[in-house]
Design a protein around this ligand. Structure first.
Ligand code: 7PJ
Length: 258
């Protein structure tokens, strides 16, 4: 899964139009590099980021989703907001990726009424506050329990089991140790019986381990993606598709000889 952010660059005059064109071009590039799914997001959920009005968010992502769907690509919409889900599904998004685990009002129903896949992610707190003081007695157990409950809620709302995947939410209300514990214990989440998605790309846990800034986390991101796959993840959400693809080609050749 390749990441596409649609956020207007406040330093250029192009504004929204340019952001949309750049996002579409980036999507084509990620597909050429080997991505299967394009994850389009219009709101930053990085720690401390300010929320974006859902109407503004939809204005950003809708033309990008529509264009990439038209080109025949599998598009995922990365949003916490029901109206953004509905808008993206209307123009053909194949998957809803919600860092909030479809907890917004109407979100479960919006997905149930579509044929889209969903990714239910764990987050402790909200993006504004989640990194202030994350606390768990046992992070793997608590994340597993949360995901189990959200998957049950999704099925209860009418989303069939075979359209659900789960994600422990690396970096979302977790310390460095919590993130490492979760990655170490990732395979125990397989017991829930759903495919797992993992997103570690360029995240601060990798900065803590390597001492490198966000632009210098490609190698560590590839390592983290490979570990996640080896521990049973079926989808990895990454910025650096080509680099990840090369690593996974080696893994794949070893596990499934040519
Ligand atoms: C994730 C995500 C993740 C899923 C973001 C960032 C923050 N969706 N959206 N899993 N992270 N499913 O990329 O640094 O880990 S936004």
């Amino acid at each position: 899964m390749g990441i596409i952010n649609v956020t207007p660059d406040s330093f250029s005059d192009g504004g929204m139009h340019m952001a949309v064109d750049q996002a579409i071009a980036h999507g084509r590039k990620l597909i050429a590099e080997g991505a299967t799914i394009l994850d389009v997001g219009g709101e930053s959920t990085r720690p401390g980021a300010q929320p974006v009005d859902p109407q503004e968010e939809l204005k950003r992502v809708e033309p990008v989703v529509a264009a990439l769907v038209q080109e025949g690509f599998l598009v995922s919409i990365d949003t916490r907001h029901t109206e953004v889900m509905r808008g993206a599904l209307k123009v053909g998004a194949a998957m809803v990726n919600d860092v909030n685990g479809l907890r917004a009002e109407g979100a479960l129903n919006a997905c149930a009424e579509s044929n889209a896949g969903v990714c239910l992610m764990h987050m402790q707190g909200t993006p504004q506050t989640m990194q202030l003081n994350p606390q768990y007695t046992h992070v793997v157990t608590e994340v597993t329990q949360f995901l189990k409950e959200r998957a049950e809620a999704a099925e209860h709302a009418g989303i069939p089991r075979n359209r659900i995947c789960l994600d422990p939410g690396f970096g979302f209300g977790k310390t460095v140790e919590h993130n490492l514990d979760l990655l170490r214990g990732l395979s125990s989440l397989l017991e829930l019986g759903y495919p797992l998605l993992a997103g570690l790309s360029r995240k601060s846990v990798l900065g803590a381990v390597t001492g490198k800034g966000t632009e210098d986390r490609v190698y560590s991101s590839v390592a983290a993606a490979l570990i996640a796959i080896q521990k049973g993840a079926r989808i990895v959400r990454v910025h650096d598709v080509a680099a990840t693809q090369h690593a996974l080609a080696v893994w794949s050749a070893v596990e499934k000889p040519l």
